[in-house]
Design a protein around this ligand. Structure first.
Ligand code: DC
Length: 227
């Protein structure tokens, strides 16, 4: 199934650490389509604000800062690179603090409007697998395939700890778990496009699954839907 044969979109939503990006990258590779990580976009807005000394909770200041941000997404084999005003910030945005900042700026409607426009442009020109919090509900409501990927909070915390350890960073399990719960609450309870399962999304609980198993489960759902 190559991009030229059929134009389609796979929307993957779910809470922090549910394995969305790892699985979506593997699926993109397998299907020869583009992976779009929308969380990276909110993280990039947060990074810009934090670097400029703007509080990520200060709505007027964050919205004003949007005009200073030129964001570019470059899809690449097995992922995407993201540029902030010409600087490659792909690695820099992967910290728990920037994750929380991204959750803060994601509350603001003006921020969401800007990001959604970018996201729809990407999906308009390519077959994509796009992950985030509002892809199936708001960004791509007509996506052919919608998946809500979930996992038990302890497992999600272990996965995040593993990612941090790979970078040589350590965080106490209980602290990281609290941060994940707090971020999910913020994402689920905001007014604009909160995280929730789209009515027509397939719920996939990846607790106890390894990456290969979760990837295969997604591929099976895609094959079934595109039949
Ligand atoms: O997927 P992630 O952990 O990189 O996302 C970081 C934060 O960005 C997430 O907690 C909320 C926000 N976000 C959002 O509001 N909408 C999206 N589509 C993706 C992310």
């Amino acid at each position: 199934m190559k991009d030229t044969e059929l134009h389609f979109a796979i929307a993957v939503d779910g809470p922090a650490g549910s394995g969305k990006s790892t699985v979506a990258k593997a699926v993109a590779k397998k299907l020869g389509i583009i992976y779009v990580d929308t969380g990276a976009m909110y993280r990039t807005v947060a990074l810009h604000c934090m670097e400029k000394g703007i509080s990520t909770k200060d709505e007027p200041a964050v919205v004003a800062a949007l005009d200073e941000i030129q964001m570019e997404i470059q899809p690449e084999e097995g992922g995407q690179r993201i540029f902030l005003n010409g600087e490659d910030v792909t690695a820099k945005i992967r910290t728990p603090e920037i994750g929380q900042g991204a959750s803060d700026v994601g509350v603001f409607q003006k921020v969401r409007e800007r990001m959604v426009e970018l996201q729809r442009n990407l999906a308009g020109s390519h077959s994509v697998i796009m992950d985030g919090r509002d892809i199936g509900t708001a960004v791509l409501p007509d996506a052919q395939i919608k998946i809500y990927l979930d996992a038990d909070v302890d497992e999600r915390t272990r996965r995040r700890m593993g990612e941090l350890l790979e970078k040589g960073e350590k965080e106490e399990f209980s602290l990281l778990r609290e941060k994940i719960i707090k971020r999910d609450e913020n994402d689920m309870n905001r007014v604009h496009s909160p995280l929730k399962k789209a009515r027509d999304a397939v719920l996939l609980d990846s607790t106890g699954m390894n990456v290969e198993e979760a990837t295969q489960a997604v591929l099976d759902i895609v094959a079934e839907k595109l039949k």
